[in-house]
Design a protein around this ligand. Structure first.
Ligand SMILES: Nc1ncnc2c1ncn2[C@@H]1O[C@H](COP(=O)(O)OP(=O)(O)OP(=O)(O)O)[C@@H](O)[C@H]1O
Length: 246
């Protein structure tokens, strides 16, 4: 049987800031369809690592290969077009636009790229509302995004990511600021997304990690400390000591 090509591969990926090695020789492989969590203490390099994947930060050395293509030097907007969508710790919604207009912009971005399908107002409305419904924000469609709660703004960002219909969705601490009830809904949502897309999730809430991740990577000081299934990570002594508090 032919080996399946991973959707994403990084080889010896490095990023330094001054003398600090934020990401240090990280070689990582993500099979298509997997929901994968990255955990690790504050400052471990998790955000920098996913920023290198989506093109917000340029590598000092090493490579990123997505769907078989070398993308290390590709600008971020072209990576979005290639199928990488992401939401980050700092919300990037347009505060003065309504929730609907925010997702409509994301849909538009994709449909403009997809020239064969053209852009119809109906498609825009349907797909925008579909993304809002999936994250549970349909009833807030007409509200100005800046007036939504912080947690709802995070969900709106996820809706914007979904509207891009990505192959790889990167979520950086998506449950920060969500209530317990919203976290439960979020877990259900990511399960649904995970049926269609590959998901890379940075998350501090271990209940969320254990509920969602098929595999986990633990980072510490810019490096991969351990990798495995949730059970393997729970049982790993080095991880216990470094991160899970013994
Ligand atoms: N633009 C930057 N300039 C200088 N140093 C940076 C920059 N971005 C990140 N760093 C440093 O790189 C290291 C890794 O940061 P990073 O944000 O990737 O960690 P993290 O694991 O995502 O942490 P957290 O869980 O707190 O978000 C930290 O020491 C951070 O201060």
């Amino acid at each position: 049987m032919a080996a399946v090509t991973p959707l994403l591969v990084t080889r010896d990926l490095c990023r330094t800031f001054g003398g600090l090695r934020a990401v240090d020789q990280v070689s990582f492989s993500l099979p298509e369809g997997e929901t994968h969590a990255i955990i690790g203490p504050n400052g471990a390099g998790k955000t920098t690592f996913v920023s290198l994947i989506c093109g917000r930060v340029a590598p000092s050395s090493g490579s990123v290969v997505f769907a078989g293509d070398e993308i290390s030097r590709m600008p971020a907007h072209r990576r979005v077009r290639a199928g990488i969508a992401y939401t980050f710790q700092i919300t990037s919604v347009f505060a003065n636009l309504t929730a609907f207009d925010n997702v409509a912009l994301a849909v538009q971005r994709r449909l403009i790229d997809d020239r064969a399908r053209g852009l119809s107002a109906r498609a825009l409305t349907e797909q925008g509302m579909d993304a809002l419904t999936r994250v549970g924000l349909a009833e807030h469609a007409g509200k100005v995004a800046g007036n939504l709660s912080y947690g709802h703004q995070r969900l709106l960002e996820v809706a914007m990511g979904l509207a891009l219909k990505p192959r790889l969705l990167i979520l950086d601490e998506p449950t920060q600021g969500l209530s317990d009830g919203e976290i439960d809904n979020f877990i259900a949502l990511v399960r649904q997304i995970g049926a269609e897309a590959t998901v890379l999730l940075i998350e501090h809430n271990m209940d969320v990690v254990m509920a969602l991740a098929e595999r986990i990577t633990v980072m510490e000081q810019g490096r991969i400390l351990a990798q495995g299934t949730p059970d393997e990570i729970r049982a790993d002594n080095a991880v216990q000591q470094a991160y899970l508090g013994g």
